[in-house]
Structure formats: C-alpha cells, structure tokens
Design a protein around this ligand. Structure first.
Ligand SMILES: Nc1ncnc2c1ncn2[C@@H]1O[C@H](COP(=O)(O)OP(=O)(O)OP(=O)(O)O)[C@@H](O)[C@H]1O
Ligand SMILES: [Mg+2]
Length: 441
C-alpha cells in the first residue's frame, strides 16, 4: 500500500502549488466531435476538461482556433453535452508523460494504464512534437540491427537507427511479422504503438508480450480504431516521444508503429474537420506532413549515442502505387519489407517478397561476401519466379538456362530458407551462416 502512496505524496511535495484564479470557457457550438469554446485562451495541443454532468467531465484537446473561438476535439463520445457547459485547461500543453515508470506497462493515448495495473506516476515530460535537432546530429547507420527473422537478417539486413516500412495489403501478415520482430529483435527498449487497429489484436498483443521475458523493457501504447482521431494521433506521438526520451538517455530503442496508414487517416480526419481542402485521395497536405514528421523523428543520435530504429506498417492494397501514404512512406523510409499475397496464399510465412524488399543501408553494414551471397539468392528467386508458370506447365527444357536450372534444383531449399515459424528466433550470425551454407555448400 505504501508503495502506491509514496509516488503520489512525492508528486504533491515536488509540484508547485497553483493558487491563481481558475479560468473557464463555455461551449458555444458542437458538431461531429468538434467543439467551439468561447472565452478560453489556451494553446493548440492543450488538454481540457468539459463538464457535462454534475461531477463528471469529458476530455478534449485543442486543435485550432477561428474567429476568437477555440476549437477542440472531444476524446470520447459527446453524450449529455449541452450548450454553455464549462471548459477548463488541464496539465501542461504540448508535453506528454514519459519515463521508466512506463516500462512493462500498456497505456492509452493519454498515457493512462489499460492493463489494469496501478496508476503510473512519472514526473518526466517530453514535447509531443519532438525536440528538433540539427540534421548533423543524426549519426549515420553503421551497425546491423538484429530482427530475429532469418529472411530479413540475411537478405535485407537492416541497421540500428534505420526507418523501415512493412508494406502489404490487408491480411497478408504485417501484424504477425512485427510481432515476431518485437519478440526476436535485440534492443534495450521496445516501444509498440498499436494505432487504429482492432481492439481484439491489442488485447492479444498485450497479453502475449506483457507476460513474456522482455516485459520489463517493453511499452505498449494502444489506441484502437474506434477512438477519436486526435486520440489516435496522440497515441502515435506518445509512442514516438517515449522512444525519443529513451534515446536521449543513450538507449537503443526499437519503435514499432502498427499502422502508419491509420495515423495518416487520423490526421486526415482532423485536417478535413478544420476545413483544410483534401488533395491527393482526400488527404490534406497536413496529413502527409504529419507522417513525414513522425517518421523523421526516428534515427541515431550523435549527442547521446542512443538510437531509435523505426518499424512502420503501411497498408498498400494490391499493387496500388498511387496511394499517397505509400508514396510518402516509400520516399522517406530507408528501407521497406514488401509482403506478397501470392506467397501468403501458398502458405509461405512470413510472406516476404524478397525481390521487392530493400534495405538502403545494407551495403554499408555487412561484409562484401555476405552482400554477394544475398545478391545470388535474389537472382535465383527472381529467375524462378519469372519462369514459374513455364516450369509448372512442364514447358521448360532443362539445360536451356543454367541459372534457372540451379534455381529449380534449389527451389525447395530457397523457399524453406525464407519461411520461419512464428515462435522461432534466428539471430544475425546464424542467418548469415545459414545463407552461406545454403549457397556455398
Ligand atoms: N507467420 C505466420 N504464420 C502463420 N500464419 C500467419 C503468419 N502471418 C500471418 N498469418 C495469417 O495471416 C492472418 C493475417 O495476418 P495479420 O493480422 O498479420 O495481417 P495484417 O497484414 O496485419 O492485416 P491487417 O492489414 O488487416 O491488419 C493471420 O491471422 C494468420 O492467419
Ligand atoms: Mg494488422
């Protein structure tokens, strides 16, 4: 019991007493979750409370202002809200709670626990928009990052501090793959943002990862799809801020965001609500700028020696290349894993399409022999895939193309190399050794 009270008492002792008059605003208009409040001047990003029934209040966030009125977005439903309800500001605008207290916990977009545990007391805060550093503080990617997945470690080796996209249509295995990486990766801290996904998957994930050995270095920030768009956006900011906080302390952080597309959807909803014109596929420019900024926050820090390796899932339906989120993500990320529905339908999991996947830093971080083997592997799978129908129909005559002959002979073993059961972890060293054994032997 004492353990529960101690941090609260310490908080009370440390915080300055606020004896100033309390300012209230009044709700003047409300439509579709958007509130207009008169008489309350608070900055964008501030959290407010709206009293809607005696002794009860709703949370709202300031998202802009217009004609002297403050525009806010409710974080919940607008049940029982009436005109003239009182609104007051709460907490420190633009700052999100971070810190060691969150390790081993699952929280929502406001940083409140959803795992049924004790309240989290952290006196540390971090700006929700991040701390802007000069481009030269970003030290280059030099060390390989161990994902625990053989196909990725061997053929698209990623680096510590790299930003990676996992692109695939729905139901091809993005969430299962990041789940494997969250378990298998070597990192000091793993921060997982589950934004706009199914509530069932959130509870599954929390149950599995918060009982595992890595519990004490994992934080889950989960905002399911049915929550208000600004809460989803806040969740993404909270996860990123948390990662930046640990990086500033010199830790090697893995930040996972499932999914970046849903974050863009949330930003789109808010932009449209504020009257911004929708441009590409209905995305206002600010929505795409939001995800660019979010992704740019990952990377290595020269000052602290810490790093944030970012892994973002992107929903790319079919081979649709003109989706603005896919386009933006592809241009800003330094590598992508493409999952293929064809491979998934053939039962090959993880369904990594090696020919389409790419790590832009691989050549800087692995030895030349490894690069050479990876190129060989790619050439063999590409050659088999290009002639697959021909081979299956029996129309190919052996001997016509030595490369294809070798690809056909090795096909089973190549496919087995790419596959990996969900529970297995294959580290970097073993992945490279197995690749060498496969192609060299
Ligand atoms: N490694 C795997 N081993 C076995 N089955 C898998 C694997 N990966 C994915 N699957 C199958 O594919 C299904 C969908 O996977 P997953 O939920 O990861 O897709 P997703 O790409 O995240 O979809 P969405 O875009 O809808 O979130 C799983 O429920 C599972 O049946
Ligand atoms: Mg998913």
């Amino acid at each position: 019991m004492l353990k529960l009270w101690e941090p609260i008492l310490a908080d009370l002792a440390a915080g300055p007493l606020d004896l100033g008059p309390r300012r209230f605003g009044l709700v003047a208009a409300c439509d579709g979750g958007l509130l207009e409040v008169s008489g309350l001047s608070v900055p964008v990003g501030a959290m407010c409370r709206v009293s809607h029934a005696p002794g009860q209040s709703l949370a709202a966030e300031v998202i802009g202002f217009r004609n002297g009125r403050t525009m806010m977005m409710l974080l919940g439903d607008m049940i029982l809200l009436r005109p003239g309800a009182r609104v007051w500001a709460e907490g420190r605008p633009g700052l999100l709670p971070v810190g060691e207290a969150f390790l081993g916990r699952a929280v929502d977009g406001e940083g409140l626990p959803i795992d049924g545990g004790f309240a989290i007391h952290s006196r540390m805060e971090w700006p929700s928009g991040g701390v802007r550093t000069s481009a030269l503080d970003r030290s280059p990617v030099r060390l390989p990052f161990d994902t625990g997945v053989r196909a990725l470690n061997a053929l698209t080796t990623f680096g510590v501090g790299q930003r990676i996209g996992v692109m695939a249509g729905s139901g091809v295995g993005k969430s299962v793959l990041i789940d494997m990486i969250a378990r298998g990766a070597s990192a000091d801290i793993v921060i997982v943002g589950l934004i706009g996904e199914r509530a069932r998957e959130v509870s599954d994930f929390v149950e599995r990862h918060m009982n595992a050995a890595k519990k004490d270095k994992t934080v889950v920030v989960a905002v399911p799809a049915d929550h208000a768009p600004n809460l989803r956006l806040r969740g993404a900011m909270l996860a990123t801020s948390m990662a930046e906080h640990f990086r500033a302390r010199g830790r090697r952080v893995l930040l996972i965001m499932d999914s970046l597309t849903r974050v863009a959807h949330a930003a789109r909803e808010i932009g449209l609500l504020l009257g911004e014109p929708g441009a590409a596929r209905g995305y206002p420019p600010s929505a795409l700028a939001t995800i660019t900024k979010l992704v740019e926050r990952a990377g290595n820090s020269a000052a602290s020696g810490g790093s944030v390796t970012g892994l973002y899932t992107v929903l790319a339906d079919g081979d649709n290349q003109d989706d603005p989120v896919v386009d933006t993500a592809r241009s800003i990320l330094d590598g992508h894993i493409v999952l293929s529905r064809d491979l998934a339908q053939r039962g090959q999991y993880p369904a990594v399409d090696i020919a389409a996947s790419l790590s832009r830093v691989m050549n800087d971080i692995v030895p030349p022999e490894h690069q050479q083997l990876a190129r060989q592997f790619r050439a063999l799978t590409a050659s088999y895939e290009a002639n697959r129908d021909l081979v299956l129909m029996g129309a190919y005559r052996a001997g016509a193309d030595p490369q294809l002959d070798r690809a056909i002979a090795m096909h089973e073993r190549l496919a087995a190399f790419l596959g990996q059961p969900q529970g297995d972890i294959v580290d970097l060293g073993r992945s490279a050794a197995q690749l060498a054994a496969l192609l060299g032997g």
